[in-house]
Ligand binder design. Structure first.
Ligand SMILES: *Cc1c(COP(=O)(O)O)cnc(C)c1O
Length: 463
């Protein structure tokens, strides 16, 4: 058997990786010609790779390492929990201390009467739960045909069959298997789709598509609307100010459930504990994962309001995961929440860092290739464009320029992702002012290099 260690030569590790490890959301064959970067350790806001490079992580892993890397407390809690009770299920009238403590804590933190938690191993699983739960809820109320879920194009709700069907990622849908009775409306992406409308007009128009859909499909057919308070994987799309108040009005008017997918927005990313608080909504269900454990252990779930929990709880809901409320993950999540709270990480991020980050990040709009730069709390994006005035797309295939820019970031030891031709950040909430300065200087350098390359290759052309 191969002995793998961090001390193996990088090329050897990359060859084994290319041969035997199938990567998510990747063209596997590509790893043969260009090996994956081997990340070996991390601390605070920094990663190190097998070549000894120190990298600034402006994505918090995959939007999840909210408290930063290297917190021994979480490792110690996991170690103690594994020795005490490494696993037990919660199916057959049993429970355990970590899951009880975590549930009670989440009920305290979540706004309003969101007091009940159904656990999953990930955000995708939790959204699969949500599909089944809202349908079961309406069936229990004698309305089994109220089973359509409305969601948004370019929304992201995960990668399992159910979750990807809720999501509106055309590349995922094109690969097949979408579940029935999900209806997609357009996203509130003013930059790309707003045309001649003002952002305010456009926000209203996009929200009113929900009302149109409910009326077309029939209120007696629509079970729920699901959305991310601020779209993450779709490119950090900050909706116009008019959008969420109008969605709220529509949800209040019609008898449908509102599911806020808080997998990214939750646990401080937008400056409050939950994105719902930032955009001013009170959902019936919130999907949680990622920042719940700061990514130190896999865990997700649905936080459910009193009325839905009562109706669902009045019958046998035939659904559950072996690892639901896993004791080690639950203990780690609870410790993560303790640190976020006691060290005032969310308040500090919001009050000390976010205003400076916003000022610096949004100033990137002065770069010749940047058309829009927007950030809310610690999630932000910039739109790359060949023409700021007309908000034009590049003539090249979407993502070509974004990829060039990401490559330059990677080469400059900055983790910043691209979604199409948008560059996105989601830094750990423990980012300091110095981290912000480093982020901006590396981002500017990368943008300059990408701009030079795009021009040299004749790609700085509007579609
Ligand atoms: C990442 C994500 C998910 C899926 O979570 P996984 O843990 O990857 O299954 C769901 N919803 C949103 C908004 C996400 O960003």
């Amino acid at each position: 058997m191969a002995q793998i260690s961090n001390h193996m030569a990088t090329a050897e590790l990359q060859a084994l990786d290319a041969d035997h490890h199938m990567h998510p959301f990747s063209t596997q064959a590509g790893f043969k010609t260009k090996g994956a970067r081997v990340i070996t350790r991390a601390s605070g806001t920094r990663l190190w790779d097998s070549e000894g490079n120190e990298i600034l992580d402006a994505m918090a892993g995959l939007w999840c390492v909210n408290i930063g890397y290297g917190r021994d407390e979480l490792a110690e809690v996991a170690y103690r929990q594994m020795k005490e009770l490494p696993y037990y299920n919660t199916f057959f009238q049993t429970t355990h201390v970590p899951v009880i403590a975590l549930s009670a804590r989440l009920a305290e933190l979540a706004p309003g009467d969101l007091n009940h938690v159904f656990y999953a191993g990930s955000g995708s699983e939790a959204n699969d739960t949500n599909i089944r739960m809202v349908r079961f809820y309406w069936a229990q109320k004698g309305k089994p045909d109220k089973n359509i879920i409305i969601s948004r194009k370019n929304g992201y709700h995960g990668s399992t069959l159910g979750a990807m069907s809720l999501g509106g990622m055309s590349g995922m849908h094109a690969q097949g298997g979408v579940v029935q009775n999900v209806h997609h409306i357009d996203q509130p992406n003013w930059w790309a789709e707003g045309g001649d409308m003002t952002p305010e007009e456009f926000g209203l128009e996009r929200a009113q598509q929900l009302e149109k859909a409910i009326l077309e499909l029939g209120e007696d057919r629509v079970a729920a609307f699901i959305a991310e308070p601020i779209q993450g994987a779709g490119g950090v799309i900050v909706p116009p100010e008019t959008y969420w108040p109008e969605i709220k009005r529509i949800c209040d008017k019609y008898e449908i459930l509102l599911i806020a997918d808080e997998v990214i927005c939750g646990f401080g990313r937008t400056g409050q504990w939950f994105g719902s608080q930032t955009v001013g909504i009170q959902p019936h269900i919130m999907t949680i994962a990622k920042g719940l454990s700061s990514g130190y252990a896999p865990i997700g779930g649905s936080i459910v309001c009193d009325e839905v929990a009562e109706v669902v709880g009045s019958g046998e809901f035939n659904h559950g995961y072996t690892y639901a409320g896993h004791p080690v993950s639950a203990a780690v999540a609870l410790e993560n929440l303790r640190i976020l709270d006691e060290e005032k990480i969310i308040e500090t991020a919001r009050e000390q860092i976010a205003p400076y980050l916003k000022q610096q990040f949004e100033a990137l709009v002065d770069h010749p290739m940047v058309g829009e730069a927007k950030i809310v709390g610690h999630m932000g994006s910039i739109a790359l464009t060949p023409n700021k005035e007309t908000r034009a797309k590049f003539a090249a295939e979407a993502g070509t320029v974004g990829y060039i820019c990401r490559e330059r970031c990677f080469a400059n030891n900055l983790i910043m992702r691209h979604v199409g031709d948008r560059m996105i950040i989601s830094p750990p909430l423990v980012f300091t002012r110095d981290d912000v300065d480093l982020l901006i200087s590396r981002a500017r350098k990368s943008l300059d290099e990408a701009y030079a390359k795009v021009k040299a290759e004749g790609l700085f052309v509007a579609a």
